[in-house]
Every structure is written in structure tokens, then in C-alpha cells.
Unconditional design. Structure first.
Length: 679
């Protein structure tokens, strides 16, 4: 519905911006326990856990941001010489010595340079030092092991600023909601996040944790609307806030700083693996083996494995972790030196000429078999498609995911396999691009012996999970230049609570971590590792400022309005971070709850295609929740998450972009709408 506003103060958000007055009272939407319990039935392999009774430093501005996003005209540089170092304050030093207290009293506010130590060997000059015995504990009393987190030289670029202020009224306090991000930069905004390197105010949105069942457990979560710049230090200042009665609230700490991890810390392991793995080829293509060939209906399905240098323990199966040297750099296994990355390709059997091949990234906990969704391109002889598994987040990992959710100390098992998975995708691309590899094998040739595939013409498509990990795979790649990310996102700790997929996993997680504050903190702690395998750790080098030896990519993002699985707010944080420009008008009048839809994202000019473009499609689904809840109630309509695959204009636009680099207006200057969900 269209926004309406009550008279509060000029430019200040109202209850409507937070989804109605429920956000500022005990009537805030509750979770539905019956859905959480049903989750175990959805993921059969999680049932056992459900039944368990146990409880280089950058100094540039944020890539892709403009004055519309980061307003420098009303801010002044921060005088850091007068800033009290939070790590030296008596109050915060006590937090480092509170093993008998709760994570709530020890780790908040978060993130905080109080939980770092000086380290001249890192790019930021700091290293995390999160107290090992002050982290959240699961139902069996096990504290989250942060050994690997403490190797980082700063916090996540997607860090939510967490403040414990029970009873705060976000509307009366004038906090900027997700529907009015621009309010976070207002002169009278009560909360300010400032980049101390550039002096710029940083845009954000603030929300209470709607997942918590009781107001006393609702953390105030302040989420960056653009990923925080790698290697920079940010100052948080909190002014006057009020509670539900209108009384002044005093924040536990009104001013502090935190440092964001550097590129070396976030992506350094993967880039080290990539460089070492490519060097091991010694000007030869990757070795591979074809295990099966099936011709049907004019298509050829080829299955096999590629030998990829293995940097995981054991044979790299679920449960493995990365092998590191004394300096913390990945090293190749000596007992299982190669990982057999499985692949599947779908190809035309007799194209008129060799066709380019699309590398495909599959969806949530799926596998390479999903590449057959691109059979339409092969059936008309314009392109083939090949996929490997996103190991760490593939079907094979489901059982281990259940174990990890019950004790997230084991999260390195997932994050480390994800990083090996990013490398596996590079070797699949190399096998496609090197004329001595796939193209030279009979499985990839016609009956007359001519190649089906065109080496050197490979591009990338990732959908859903493939869109959340695909930016990371692309940012480190020399194998493709153009990228389509369908219903993508960034920062799992932001998008999980808003996803209709989360409740089935939440059934396990919430049983293990019974305190709502601990749950929020746990997600922030594992995001420090998740960054190494998803867009959050790589987006700032995706379309601008590429890593050494890599070229910046040309990207098309496809967004579904009201998406139930990957929230629009997550897609749009990604778009702002990579400097995307959006098709306008984005949506019809009255459809969005946002005061300014696609705030901070400039309009797309089809005559001058930018490095990154964002196209929102409206399939008729109602606007999503404005708080951190999934759109699981019937009032939110049908999920449009996969609807774009049935819309011919989306497919034509995406394939044309991938094959030619051109982007045409598929919607004739109007908002992009489709009736595929109604038919």
C-alpha cells in the first residue's frame, strides 16, 4: 500500500515506515512455533538434531557509491586525535574479563574495537581478540569457538551494529527504518555511523529484533545500507533515544569505533589458493574424467569430475576444514592433493557452430543437476551450460549443516568448504576455456568430431544461492567477464531472518541457542567466516577496484519484488555496494512500502550501459515485511523467487547480455511486470 505519515517531526520516520504501530509495542509480530517445528519435516536429515534433548588496506570511498548515497556536503571529517580509544576505557576493558557473565553483557555493543588488539603485521594494524569464554553458549553449555574469527584483522563489511536498549521506541526516537534509509543521513538523526577515514556519514537502517518473543530481548540492530569499506574504521555515536513511555533512554555506550577487515583478511585465503592452484597447472589444462554421456531430445548431458588442488583436510568431504601453515595461509593437502569436483553439462548435440558455455551456480543446498534449467539455451543451439557443486552449501552438506546449527563452533567446516568450492568453479571455467580440455574430448564433440563448445567464450549465471555466492566466484575469476545474478543477495546474517527458507533450519538453531540475544550474536560471529565464501567478502572488488590480475566484471542483477527467499533489502545492499544502476520506473505506484524505492541507486540509462545493472520484476506479490521476519503468512501471496525463469523477456534479456554484452529495455520504458504467477 502507499505510505501514509503521521505528524511527528519533518523527515522523521513514522510507525508506517516500520510496518505499522506494532513495531513499537509488545504487539510486534511474533514467530510461529508451528512453522519452526515443521521445519524438521521439510529437511529430513535435520530430524535427528530436532529431536535431540540437549540443548590490502583501502583508503578509497566505498565502491560504487555516489553523493546520493554518501552525502559529503553536510559532514565534516572526524578528528580522530580526540577520540577516546574504546579498547582503553575501563568499562570496556571489564567486558574482556567477564567469563562468568553472559555474551549479552560481554559482547555488546557490537562490533567494537575493544575486541581487537594491535598487530603491526596486518593490513589494518589490528587483529580481532574476541574473548573465548564470553561467546554465546548452546544448550549443552559449549561456548562458540572463535579461534578462526580471531585471525581476522577486523569485522565484517556487513556487520550489524548491535545495541542493548530494551524498550526503545524506534518511531518516537526517529530511527531510520528499512523503508526510509535516507533518514539515517538527516542532520537530526539520533544515530550516526561515520567513516573516520573519509569523514562521511554512512547510510543504514535500524530495526528491533522481531524474531525475539519478548520486548526485553529485542536488540536494536543497525544495518549498513552499503557494505562498509574494507580496512576503514567507523565511529558509532548514539544521541537521544526514548522508550515506549516517552522517557529518555541512556545508551550503555554513546560513542565507540570498530575496524572493518581488509581485503587480505576477507578474500586472502581464496586468492592464495587460486594463485597456487593455477600455478600448479604449469601451462596445462585441468585434468578431468567423463563418467557418463546421455543424448536425449537433441541435448547431450555429460557428467564427470575435474581434479582441483585440494586445500581441505582428509578427502575434503563435509566436516573437512582448511589446511593452514604457521602463518595462517592455506596449503595443499599432501595426503589427498586433488579434490574431484563433480560437474554436469547440458549441451546441444549438433549446433551449427561451436557455442559458448555458461557456468551455472545452483540454489540453496542444491547441486550441479540444477544446470538442466538452462536446457532451453542448448535446445535452440545458442549456448551450453555446465555446473559444479557449491561445496559447503550443497546437498551433500545437509547432514553436516544440522550438526553445525546445533554448535556453530564447527562453522569453519562449512565456510572452508565454500572457499574450496569457489576454486572448483574456476577450474570448471578453465576446462571450458582451454581448447586442450573439454573441447578436445569426444564427449564434447559432435558425431563428426567437431567441438560443440567454443573455448574462451564462457560467462556466468548464478541464481538464488548462486547469486549470493556468484559475485565472490566472479570477483576472483579470469574465466568469465559477464555475470547474471538472479534473485541475488549479500550478507547471510542480514538475509536469513527475512527468508522463508530459514524456519526449517531455525528449528535446530533456536533449540541449541535458546536466548534470542545469543542467536543474533551467534549469526554475527559466523558471518565473520561466511564472508570468506559469499558476496559480502568480495563485492567491493566485483565491478570496481578488481584484485591484482583480475578484470572488473559486467553484471546484471535480476530482482523479484517481494521475494520470499532472498529479501529485497539484501539484493539492494548488494546493488549499492557494486554501484549498480536500476531500471526506472522500478515498480508501479503504491506497490512498495519504501519512501524512495531503490534509495541511493541511480537510474539506469540503456544508452550507456554501466558496469552493473539492476532490474526489478513485479510478479504481483505483495510488499514484503518491513522487519526481520520471513514473508510466510498467506497475506504475502505467492513467492516470486523463481518466477523470472518462466518470463520470456527475462530469459531473452539475460542470454543476450551474456552472449553479446548488450542490454536492452525489456519493458519498453515502463515498470517490469509479469503475469507468470497468475497463469
Amino acid at each position: 500500500m502507499a505510505n501514509t505519515r503521521t505528524s511527528v517531526a519533518p523527515g522523521r520516520p513514522t510507525a508506517t515506515d516500520y510496518g505499522g504501530p506494532v513495531i513499537s509495542s509488545a504487539r510486534l509480530p511474533r514467530r510461529h512455533p508451528r512453522r519452526l517445528l515443521a521445519g524438521c519435516a521439510v529437511l529430513g536429515l535435520l530430524a535427528v538434531a530436532c529431536n535431540d534433548d540437549g540443548g590490502s588496506e583501502s583508503t578509497s570511498e566505498a565502491p560504487g557509491t555516489t553523493a546520493a548515497v554518501l552525502d559529503t556536503t553536510t559532514t565534516q571529517s572526524v578528528d580522530t586525535s580526540t577520540t577516546v580509544a574504546p579498547s582503553t576505557t575501563a568499562e570496556l576493558q571489564q567486558r574482556l574479563e567477564c567469563p562468568a557473565a553472559t555474551a549479552r553483557t560481554c559482547l555488546l555493543p557490537w562490533p567494537n574495537d575493544a575486541f581487537t588488539v594491535a598487530d603491526p603485521t596486518t593490513a589494518t594494524g589490528r587483529r580481532l581478540s574476541i574473548p573465548a569464554d564470553a561467546t554465546p553458549r548452546n544448550a549443552t553449555g559449549v561456548a562458540i569457538d572463535v579461534t578462526d574469527q580471531n585471525r581476522a584483522d577486523g569485522f565484517s563489511p556487513g556487520s550489524a551494529v548491535l545495541v542493548d536498549l530494551p524498550g526503545v521506541d524506534p518511531v518516537a526516537s526517529g530511527l531510520a527504518p528499512s523503508t526510509d534509509i535516507g533518514a539515517s543521513l538527516a542532520d537530526d538523526a539520533p544515530i550516526r555511523i561515520t567513516d573516520t577515514v573519509t569523514g562521511e556519514r554512512w547510510p543504514y537502517f535500524a530495526e528491533l529484533d522481531a524474531q525475539a518473543a519478548d520486548d526485553s530481548d529485542r536488540l536494536l540492530m543497525i544495518r549498513p545500507a552499503v557494505s562498509l569499506t574494507e580496512g576503514h574504521t567507523y565511529e558509532v555515536s548514539i544521541g537521544d533515544l526514548v522508550d515506549m513511555k516517552g522517557d529518555l533512554l541512556v545508551a550503555p555506550l554513546s560513542r565507540w569505533t570498530f575496524t572493518v577487515a581488509s581485503a587480505d583478511s576477507l578474500s586472502g585465503r581464496v586468492r592464495t589458493m587460486r594463485d597456487d592452484a593455477y600455478a600448479s597447472l604449469v601451462d596445462a589444462p585441468p585434468s578431468f574424467a567423463v563418467s557418463d554421456i546421455a543424448d536425449r531430445d537433441g541435448l547431450r548431458i555429460v557428467d564427470g569430475t575435474i581434479d582441483v588442488p585440494n586445500y581441505l583436510s582428509g578427502d575434503g568431504s563435509p566436516g573437512a576444514t582448511m589446511l593452514l601453515d604457521d602463518a595462517g595461509a592455506p596449503v595443499r593437502s599432501t595426503t589427498s592433493p586433488t579434490y574431484p569436483a563433480r560437474f554436469r553439462c547440458v549441451l546441444p548435440t549438433a549446433p551449427a557452430a561451436p557455442v559458448p558455455v555458461i557456468v551455472y551456480g545452483h540454489g540453496l543446498l542444491g547441486d550441479r543437476g540444477e544446470v538442466e534449467a538452462l536446457s532451453f539455451a542448448a535446445s535452440i543451439g545458442v549456448a551450453g551450460a555446465c555446473a559444479t557443486d557449491w561445496i559447503g552449501m550443497t546437498t551433500d552438506d545437509i547432514g553436516n549443516v544440522a550438526v553445525i546449527l546445533a554448535d556453530v563452533s564447527m562453522f569453519p567446516q562449512q565456510a572452508d568448504r565454500m572457499q574450496q568450492g569457489l576454486l572448483n568453479f574456476q577450474f570448471l571455467g578453465r576446462a571450458l576455456n582451454d581448447e586442450r580440455a573439454f573441447a578436445a574430448d569426444p564427449a564434447f564433440q559432435t558425431a563428426t568430431g567437431t567441438p560443440i563448445i567454443a573455448p574462451g567464450a564462457t560467462q556466468f549465471v548464478g541464481n538464488s544461492q548462486g547469486g549470493i555466492l556468484g559475485g565472490a566466484a566472479s570477483a576472483i575469476s579470469t574465466e568469465w567477464q559477464r555475470v547474471v545474478l538472479g534473485v541475488p543477495g549479500i550478507n547471510y546474517s542480514l538475509l536469513l531472518h527475512r527468508s522463508s527458507d530459514w524456519p526449517q533450519f531455525q528449528a535446530v538453531f533456536d533449540t541449541a541457542y535458546v536466548n534470542p540475544v545469543d542467536r543474533v550474536l551467534a549469526l554475527q560471529l559466523i558471518q565473520l567466516l561466511w564472508d570468506r565464501g559469499e558476496n559480502d567478502g568480495y563485492a567491493q572488488h566485483f565491478t570496481t577496484d578488481p584484485y591484482p590480475g583480475i578484470t572488473a566484471k559486467q553484471v546484471l542483477l535480476v530482482e523479484a519484488f517481494g521475494d520470499h527467499q532472498v529479501s529485497n533489502v539484501s539484493t539492494e545492499v548488494l546493488a549499492r555496494t557494486i554501484g549498480a544502476k536500476a531500471h526506472a520506473p522500478a515498480i508501479g505506484p503504491g506497490r512498495s512500502n519504501d519512501r524512495v524505492l531503490h534509495w541511493g541507486i541511480e537510474p539506469l540509462d540503456y544508452a550507456a550501459i554501466p558496469a552493473a545493472s539492476l532490474i526489478m520484476w513485479d510478479f504481483g506479490t505483495p510488499a514484503p515485511p518491513t522487519v526481520n521476519l520471513p514473508p510466510t503468512d498467506p497475506e504475502y501471496g505467492r513467492d516470486p523467487h523463481g518466477a523470472a525463469s518462466a518470463e520470456p523477456r527475462v530469459l531473452t534479456q539475460a542470454v543476450t547480455f551474456l552472449l553479446t554484452g548488450t542490454l536492452s529495455d525489456a519493458c519498453g520504458g515502463a515498470a517490469c511486470t509479469s503475469d507468470v504467477l497468475r497463469t
